[in-house]
Design a protein. Structure first.
Length: 210
């Protein structure tokens, strides 16, 4: 089964991708991972992408698509995969179609902007050992102190409310139109994100079998 997971930043699609992959025995294909691996391996495409990454610019679509073609040709993709982070816009979805990639289902995990901001702004990470916490779902025993090493807990810049709002605006403007694109193709399945992870997982797995 070839799947695409959609959802705003913080909606939990990465977590659901891992669960689906474990359940179906297929790989998760994330463009971020592909780019990092190509740079680390020093491939021609990786070297091209490196200059963009180092300057803070987005890697151009043609380079990302070429990397994606190579990754999807690997043997572990023969029985399907989950695409997470691609396509990010309708133009990329059309490119995927031109590549001859036939997507079976597109699962969109819906979470309100307010809930996403609340979830992400509650995240904390230890500046020393990297352990993750959440003020609501996984609070440390002592405020702002890591249970594991006693280090100070910090808010990552990506989790600050103003940054989250900016990322949500980009998502609504560029990525959300994919819902209409795949709805028109009869492939869109919407999952309402729940407070409990297990409830969202149950609905996501049900969408695979619908």
């Amino acid at each position: 089964m070839k799947l695409i997971l959609l959802g705003a930043p913080g909606a939990g699609k990465g977590t659901q991708a891992e669960i689906i992959c474990d359940r179906l025995g297929i790989p998760a294909i994330g463009t971020g991972n592909i780019i990092r691996e190509a740079i680390k391996s020093g491939t021609d495409l990786g070297l091209k992408a490196q200059s963009y990454v180092e300057s803070g610019a987005l890697v151009p679509d043609d380079i990302v698509v070429s990397m994606l073609k190579e990754r999807l040709s690997d043997p572990d993709c023969d029985h399907g995969y989950v695409l997470d982070g691609f396509p990010r816009n309708v133009a990329q979805a059309r490119t995927l179609d031109k590549m001859g990639v036939v997507i079976d289902r597109v699962i969109d995990i819906e979470v309100s902007d307010e809930d996403i901001i609340r979830r992400m702004s509650g995240r904390r990470v230890c500046g020393s050992c990297g352990s993750s916490y959440h003020l609501q779902y996984k609070a440390p025993a002592k405020d702002n102190v890591c249970d594991r090493c006693g280090g100070d807990l910090i808010i990552r810049s990506d989790d600050k409310p103003e940054t989250v709002r900016e990322r949500l605006e980009i998502y609504h403007d560029q990525t959300e139109p994919l819902k209409d694109y795949y709805h028109a193709a009869g492939k869109l399945y919407i999952v309402e994100g729940q407070e409990e992870l297990s409830d969202t997982t149950r609905l996501t797995l049900a969408a695979l079998e619908a």
